[in-house]
Design a protein around this ligand. Structure first.
Ligand SMILES: Nc1nc2c(ncn2[C@@H]2O[C@H](COP(=O)(O)OP(=O)(O)O)[C@@H](O)[C@H]2O)c(=O)[nH]1
Ligand SMILES: [Mg+2]
Length: 245
């Protein structure tokens, strides 16, 4: 008997997870509740977690048919995990969010709808954490980093570290890849000639597990990334579109 082909989902929610066994299952439930009634899939990308993240998420597939679980063969970092999820995604719209539960999935549909309601040039609607629920040291480092980046790259983003972002898959695939690119997606989208926009989003305390980043490590990576993205900006040569004859 011929099978009716299932239409691809419109939205792919991509979540990078590394040692998030405590947070990831509840997060999947929250995503399912937030996107109830919509044509979506959720893709958890496990980055060779040392805890039971992969096992607990795989077990959840029985409960949530919209859940897909990918697993790297080698730990490859947050940006590569996001990219792996996006490459495997079937939706034209991608929503990313952190796997530790600090982003609120309820904000997801708001960002996605803002993107879908915008003009075709609008490729990204990013979240900006208004009331950051992190340590004072992290908040200060983040404010400093965001301020320097925004001034140098003119990417109009107040908070690129926010993991909640809705964007067009096709636009993302045009961007160059490098480790930690997730903080430069707005700048690189603008470089391709797209428009970007932002919305205030909720932010929550980390309830379980540990942060994977230190302020020092982030600073070191940010300096070289910032110089690299500035160089990319000088080499953009964006044509004003083209005509076909
Ligand atoms: N896949 C993957 N995810 C990571 C890695 N490092 C961090 N993450 C995820 O990226 C998100 C943000 O990391 P987190 O440690 O919470 O950063 P913080 O909120 O800035 O302290 C979380 O979902 C982490 O699980 C990694 O090496 N691989
Ligand atoms: Mg976090």
């Amino acid at each position: 008997m011929a099978q009716t082909p299932t239409p691809p989902p419109q939205i792919s929610v991509v979540v990078p997870v590394f040692d998030e066994e405590g947070a990831a299952p509840d997060l999947a439930r929250e995503i399912a509740a937030a996107f109830e009634g919509r044509n979506y899939e959720m893709i958890f990308v496990d980055d060779r977690s040392r805890d039971a993240t992969l096992a607990v998420m795989t077990a959840m597939k029985a409960e949530f048919p919209t859940l897909r679980v990918l697993s790297h063969r080698k730990n490859s970092g947050q940006s590569r995990s996001i990219r792996t999820g996006i490459l495997a995604a079937r939706g034209e719209v991608i929503l990313t969010l952190d796997g530790d539960g600090q982003n609120d999935p309820a904000d997801g549909p708001i960002l996605v709808d803002a993107l879908l309601a915008g003009p075709p040039e609008l490729a990204l609607v990013g979240g900006e954490r208004v009331k950051r629920q992190d340590s004072q040291a992290k908040k200060i480092a983040s404010r400093f980093g965001n301020g320097v980046r925004k001034r140098l790259l003119k990417d109009t983003a107040n908070d690129t570290g926010c993991g909640l972002k809705a964007f067009r898959r096709e636009a993302f695939l045009r961007l160059p890849y490098f480790d930690h690119i997730h903080r430069y997606i707005p700048a690189l989208m603008l470089r391709e000639g797209y428009e970007v926009d932002f919305r205030a989003v909720n932010h929550r305390h980390r309830q379980t597990g540990q942060s994977k980043y230190t302020n020092f490590g982030r600073l070191m990576a940010s300096v070289s990334d910032l110089l690299g993205v500035m160089w990319l900006q000088t080499r953009a040569r964006n044509p004003e579109g083209f005509d076909e004859f």
